[in-house]
Design a protein around this ligand. Structure first.
Ligand code: NDP
Ligand code: HSE
Length: 439
């Protein structure tokens, strides 16, 4: 059978990796797909830049629209990134009746509802496995493998760059900026690395996961996002003293009040597998009512791991070319007309346990004052340690672990504690999650 012609938009880390994997594993891929998959065209911004792949059999262009408007191209692979030019190109490819594969989480999280609706009308597929957790086939696992479950919650390390930074800082004492520069050089980071360290990239991915897990539309604008830049080695060592590790997690949970959608640094018990996922590796824990907890682990970024997911999507698309569009797996796992409108909870309504570090003057009744304010706001203390001051007259760090409480109560309590004259105003607060499969 005639090979399927692919046009790739962008030949950087992921585009180059995709060409390499398609060329290296061509025979196996053809045996799986039932047809050859050949890259005939690719677009780049600069013709002079060295490439990580062999482009001798590929027609290169600096005009990506030439590819999406090229009648001979069957599938367009969007690997440029961003959500302006990429959106225009993807919508144009769909309008031209082409299937699309993308690794672009920003594009799907922000414009996915519009893109899938356009694709549905044209009877084409938009596949996006590589958009979440690099090489881990998490979209396929949640969308298809767990289709029999009511997913109650999921939690994951879904940004390789920030996990790499946290691990190197903790294990080797390296500086934030130094490790970030290495992540950029290794091709892990986004074009704008603040997306990685401020949690925006993780929130894009979490938005996508929550939609396919719960059957809700993509709502990136409602995700709560907190970065990991403020974390200190003191936080890491205080957490370790209490038996926890700090990870930058994305958490999506169904509750009776609505859906939680949040990305933030989180203390998790050190015995949890997720606490031991280090470096650029990602892992997602998904709790389904029938299967219980399931864990998916693998490389979250980089050329070949991400290409693995892009090529898997290409094989899926090629296999389904002759399938009636109505019988394909729905983009967001649930049928498009069966998505529900459960509200995303504002962060003030979310409940979690807390790690607090409060610096107080070493005077009578200060600790009593702090615990009274917590109690008055319905906050129960699980553990409390008052540390020895560094020197006579210095403030003393008080480390507190609380039971679960709704966030607005914690905000009120910390405001009142911050107003105590004996308390310094830089109170550290980090959420704690036990990731208990029974909840
Ligand atoms: P790169 O920056 O390495 O590559 C981007 C490519 O797009 C380059 O070839 C670049 O051309 C081209 N390009 C960029 N801007 C334009 C433009 N305005 N017009 C035309 N071409 C343009 O990015 P990545 O490969 O790292 O990422 C691509 C996508 O994959 C992003 O959406 C990213 O979020 C996603 N992703 C990345 C992962 C990773 O590990 N890197 C993992 C999972 C997803 P030129 O080379 O000539 O500059
Ligand atoms: N910048 C992203 C990360 C790439 O570090 O996880 C993979 O999506």
């Amino acid at each position: 059978m005639k090979p399927v012609n692919i046009g790739i938009l962008g030949l950087g880390t992921v585009g180059g990796g995709t060409v390499n994997v398609l060329q290296r594993n061509a025979d196996e891929i053809t045996r799986r797909a039932g047809r050859g998959i050949q890259v005939t065209m690719a677009s780049v911004r600069s013709m002079d830049k060295p490439r990580i792949c062999d482009t001798s059999s590929i027609t290169l262009t600096t005009d990506p629209f030439e590819i999406v408007n090229q009648p001979d191209i069957d599938v367009v692979v969007e690997l440029i990134g961003g959500d302006t030019l990429a959106l225009e190109l993807v919508l144009q490819a769909i309008a031209n009746g082409k299937h699309v594969v993308t690794a672009n989480k920003a594009l799907i999280a922000v414009h996915g509802n519009e893109i899938f609706s356009a694709a549905q009308k044209m009877g084409v597929t938009v596949a996006f496995e590589a958009a979440v957790a690099g090489g881990i086939p998490i979209i396929k696992a949640v969308r298809e493998g767990l289709a029999g479950n009511r997913v109650q919650w999921l939690a994951g390390i879904i940004n390789g760059t920030s996990n790499f930074i946290l691990t190197e800082m903790r294990d080797k004492g390296r500086s934030f900026d130094d490790v970030l520069a290495e992540a950029q050089q290794l091709g892990y980071a986004e074009a704008d690395p603040t997306f990685d360290v401020e949690g925006i990239d993780a929130a894009h991915k979490l938005t996508i996961l929550a939609s396919i897990a719960f059957g809700i539309p993509l709502q990136f604008d409602k995700a709560y996002t907190e970065g990991m830049r403020s974390l200190t080695t003191q936080d890491v060592s205080d957490a370790a003293d209490l038996g926890f590790r700090i990870k930058h997690l994305g958490i999506a949970r169904r509750t009776e009040k609505g859906v939680e959608l949040r990305v933030h640094p989180t203390l998790i018990p050190e015995k949890r597998l997720l606490a031991n996922v280090d470096g650029v590796m990602n892992a997602i824990l998904v709790n389904g009512d029938a299967v219980g907890p399931t864990l998916y682990y693998g490389a979250g970024a980089g050329a070949d791991p991400t290409a693995s997911a892009v090529v898997a999507d290409l094989v899926d698309v090629v296999r389904a070319l002759t399938t009636d569009p109505e019988n394909r797996v729905p983009h967001l796992a649930f049928q498009a007309d069966a998505l529900d409108d459960t509200a995303i909870l504002p962060i003030e309504e979310v409940s979690s346990a807390w790690f607090l570090r409060i610096k107080a003057l070493d005077q009578p009744n200060v600790l009593a004052g702090v615990t009274k304010i917590l109690g008055d706001n319905g906050i129960s203390i699980e553990a409390i340690v008052q540390k020895v001051p560094h020197h006579h007259g210095a403030s003393v760090p008080i480390v507190i672990l609380t039971h679960e409480v709704v966030e607005k109560a914690m905000n009120l309590a910390l405001q009142a504690i911050g107003n105590m004259p004996e308390i310094e105003d830089d109170i550290t607060r980090i959420r704690v999650e036990y990731l208990d499969p029974d909840q």
